[in-house]
Ligand binder design. Structure first.
Ligand code: NI
Length: 261
């Protein structure tokens, strides 16, 4: 039994492969028990809630991704907060910092909305799902300075920084999820992290529609059914029994995302 703790099912790319209905059917056929669909702005958060309402085994996160903040309008966070009260909203996310592209929103604005969403998560009593790209040090500093807002814990999704940084993030009580990237031959650093991450903190994801894992690397769109290839590879990297690891991951997810049933 597998869980995909972070994916995006609200895009149009799934129309070409039978739509969300078929995608979730294939996931179930491949042993995926639970799927967490993540919002990245207000519309996608609302649409993720819609998918969660339609399918028993789908839950969702609501939040503003740092790269999507150009769309942010005053009042959007209040709308996100309303979504957090939904019985199937398991976390505030994905939120964080992304300095990868030059035309990404201003760092100061990203930092402001990151902290405001940490405050929001604490107020509604939910964990956070964190996105951080090319901003390791600043992400760590903001989280350290706001550790009192992380009482419900959090997840560094698609973890891509160093094993050394992982220790610092883990010291804040955070979990780490690994996706398709951890199956790529050249991803030595990520694989080292997947080997080192303590058993109670490891989770699996696809972050679909992108980053399809080996052996389907390059196929678009990626979808939740492929999470089993991620877990297979994690088990091999950690020299663990795959079934045991899958069970452990499901248990870890239920501990962090306590609204999962
Ligand atoms: Ni994502």
């Amino acid at each position: 039994m597998y869980i995909d703790v972070h994916c995006h099912l609200t895009g149009e790319e799934y129309q070409a492969v039978g739509g969300v209905d078929e995608v979730l059917h294939r996931a179930r056929e491949n042993g995926v028990k639970i799927v967490i669909c993540s919002g990245f702005d207000l519309d996608s958060s609302k649409n993720s809630a819609g998918i969660a309402e339609k399918y028993d085994n789908v839950y969702f996160c609501a939040g503003f991704h740092p790269s999507e903040l150009k769309k942010y309008k005053e009042g959007d966070l209040e709308e996100i907060e309303k979504l957090c009260a939904h019985e199937k909203c398991v976390a505030v996310g994905e939120i964080g910092l992304d300095y990868h592209f030059d035309d990404n929103p201003e760092p100061a604005f990203q930092r402001e909305l990151f902290v405001r969403q940490l405050v929001l998560a604490d107020r509604v009593g939910l964990p956070v799902v964190l996105h951080s790209r090319d901003a390791a040090q600043e992400t760590l500093e903001i989280l350290k300075a706001n550790q009192h807002l992380l009482k419900k814990g959090g997840l560094m999704h698609c973890y891509s920084y160093s094993p050394e940084m992982m220790r610092d993030f883990a010291a804040l009580g955070l979990c780490f999820s690994f996706g398709g990237t951890s199956t790529f031959k050249n991803a030595k650093k990520t694989q080292e992290c997947a080997q080192l991450v303590p058993a109670p903190c490891i989770l699996s994801e696809t972050d679909c529609p992108y980053l399809t894992p080996t052996p389907y690397r390059g196929v678009f769109p990626n979808e939740p059914k492929n999470v089993k290839h991620v877990v297979e590879n994690l088990a091999a990297l950690r020299n663990e029994n795959e079934e045991e690891l899958a069970k452990r991951i499901l248990q870890n997810a239920k501990t962090l995302f306590f609204k999962l049933k």
